[in-house]
Each structure stands twice: as C-alpha cells, then as structure tokens.
Design a binder for this molecule. Structure first.
Ligand code: 5GP
Ligand code: MN
Length: 338
C-alpha cells in the first residue's frame, strides 16, 4: 500500500465514522476472516462498523468471533441497504470489481460514499478512492494485518482478531502450502499466535466438520471425475439431483476441486456444480505451475481470480458446458503439457 493511500486512510479514520465492510458473494474463510478482523479493529477505534455480506456463508465458519452480527443482504435486505446507504466509508474486501457481490452490485454502484479496496486478486477495477491491491499477497487477511501495521496499531490486535486473521491466511494458503505463502506470511502467523491465535483449534473447526452426507457427496464427486490425460486435466461434475441426494449444505463442496490435482501429472483441475435456483453452473478452476486459470476463467467462463485458483459460471447445462470446456483444451495443449 503506498504512502499516499495510507495517509489518506489515516486522515479518513481520524474522526469517528459509520462504516460498512463487504466481502464477495459466497464468502470463504479469507473473506469472512478479513471482514470480521477489520470490523473488530474499527469498532475498537470508536467507529461504527458493520459487515454486509451479499449472501450466506458456510456453517464451518459460523464459530468465528462476531459472525452472528454479519448482515445477509439476501435475507436482511432493508437493514443491509440502510447500513450501506448510511456508511461514510465502504470497505470492500477480498474482491476487486463490483460484479462480485451478486444482487448487491446495483446498490454499491449507487452509493455516494468513499470506497476502500483491500484485495489480492488480479486486474482490479477502479471504483475505490483508497486502494490496497497486491496480487502477491497470500490472502486478504494477511493484508488486513499489514493495514493495521501501517496504521501503527498492531498492539490493538486481540485474540478474536488474531483468530479471524489466522483463519483466512490458513484457508487461502491451503494450510500454508500454496506458492503465495512467504516467509512474511509465517512471520505474521507467528505474531498472531503470540497475540492469542489458536492454530490447532482453528484447523479442527474448519477441517474436521464432516457430516456423513458430505463424505458421501465427496464419494459421488470422485466417482464422477473425468481424467483427460492428453491435457493433464481432470474435471468433476455435480448435478443438482446429486447434491439433493446427499443433502447438500452450503460449503459442502469446498475443496473437492483440489482432488484432481493430487493425481500425478495433472496440472489443471475443474469442478462444475449445478445450482438450479440460480440457473447456473458454478465452476472452480485450479492449476499447478504457470497455467493461468485466471485467464482461462476470464476468457471463457465470465470469471477470474488468481493464477492457480479461479472461479466462473455457465448458463448452459452440464453436458453442454463440459463439451464446450473440452473443445477449448486443444488450444491450451502446449501450456498444459510442455
Ligand atoms: P472458488 O473456486 O474457491 O470459488 O474461488 C477461487 C478464487 O477465484 C477465489 O479467490 C475467488 O474469489 C475467485 N472467484 C471465484 N469465482 C469467481 C468469479 O465468478 N469471478 C471472479 N472474478 N473471481 C472468482
Ligand atoms: Mn482471498
């Protein structure tokens, strides 16, 4: 974050403000962890901060300190709109273009407020007056830690905030193993532990929450996996009927896409998940190495993200979408196999 933006933020926060903090739609551990940590921080500094999420978030995040106060724009629409409209400042965390908040996009676009972006995805758009955008960062949570550091306030990080920040760094780095995990990420984690973060407990709460039906759904997903050796690619499909059969709950498919990459030689893994209610397939893309799933998702599936992890969507059926997907691969054969 450059000095000009740090100083602008300091000036903005020098008097008490009404603040709304917004994560992306279908928020994950990093989105919820970063918004909660920032919300705790701002409220401890005499601001009036609330989090407005575009929609609900998975059960395995519902232990996080402060999560019960998060407004759900879909379910608590008028209260959410009011919080956004009254806000002197809107922080947008873990996304970088306003299309990422689903039905909330129009409301955000219509606001007369000061936007602050904190995000680590590629190709940010320019809606925010104050920007902290860094694609080399492991997670938005690591950036919230840095932001508090830039404001000279690390000592205000309490145990609740430390737990929130730890969670997002852990989930976005695949438990500290993805490439964006730097020595600095580990230093931040060490400091958070000194400030009370409970690493073992957090791992347990996030990863040891399987229900029998989720494991059966995983079994179904793995059975459905198609391996295209010629392209070092593996993809999974899950239909709405399959999700219904195994009593799908939000968050149940988290991490399924990664199984493709555990196959030797596979560099590109994809999962297509039908969502009848929204009339779309939600797609997750993962890669190892230089193959950019951000570009792939952006070019063909109305999405985006990072080089090795991105998302997108399709309005066609599963079979039409996978046929289209397979038709794209020859064009990428060299980068997938070289
Ligand atoms: P996931 O596959 O876990 O939903 O998302 C992987 C990464 O891509 C995350 O960083 C997420 O924020 C981003 N992402 C997921 N879906 C979309 C999308 O539709 N558009 C964009 N631009 N990014 C997405
Ligand atoms: Mn993130």
């Amino acid at each position: 974050m450059n000095l000009e933006h740090i100083n602008a933020l300091k000036a903005l926060l020098s008097t008490s403000k009404k603040i709304a903090i917004v994560p992306h739609k279908n928020p994950d551990g990093d989105a919820i962890g970063s918004t909660l940590a920032l919300c705790h921080y701002l409220n401890s500094k005499n601001h009036k901060a609330v989090i407005v999420s575009p929609n609900d978030f998975p059960k395995f995040l519902k232990w996080m300190p402060g999560n019960e106060a998060i407004l759900n724009f879909e379910k608590e629409n008028s209260q959410s709109k009011k919080a956004l409209e009254e806000a002197d400042i809107v922080f947008t965390l873990d996304f970088n273009h306003l299309g990422r908040v689903g039905q909330m996009t129009k409301t955000l676009e219509g606001l007369d407020t000061t936007f602050v972006m904190v995000d680590h995805h590629q190709q940010p758009s320019d809606y925010a007056e104050i920007m902290y955008s860094d694609v080399n960062m492991s997670s938005t949570c690591e950036m919230v830690y840095n932001l508090i550091s830039y404001l000279g306030d690390l000592d205000s990080i309490n145990k609740d905030m430390a737990n929130c920040i730890y969670t997002g760094i852990m989930t976005d780095t695949g438990s500290f193993k993805f490439k964006a995990t730097t020595s600095n990420t580990h230093r931040v984690i060490a400091d958070l532990m000194d400030r009370g973060a409970e690493g073992t407990e957090i791992h347990h709460r996030i990863y040891d929450t399987n229900s029998p039906s989720r494991l059966h759904l995983l079994g179904c997903a793995l059975k459905n996996m198609v391996i295209l050796e010629e392209f070092n690619t593996a993809y999974i499909t899950l239909s709405q009927a399959e999700l219904d059969k195994y009593n799908y709950e939000k968050g149940d498919t988290e991490g399924f896409v990664n199984y493709g990459l555990t196959l030797e030689g596979i560099r590109f893994a994809v999962i297509f998940i039908e969502n009848k209610e929204e009339g779309i397939l939600k797609i997750s893309f993962r890669s190892v190495g230089d193959f950019s799933v951000n570009e792939f998702a952006r070019n063909h599936f109305d999405g985006g993200g990072h080089t090795n992890a991105a998302g997108g969507r399709s309005e066609k059926s599963i079979s039409e979408t996978t046929t289209y997907f397979k038709s794209l691969l020859p064009k990428y054969k060299e980068s997938l196999t070289a």
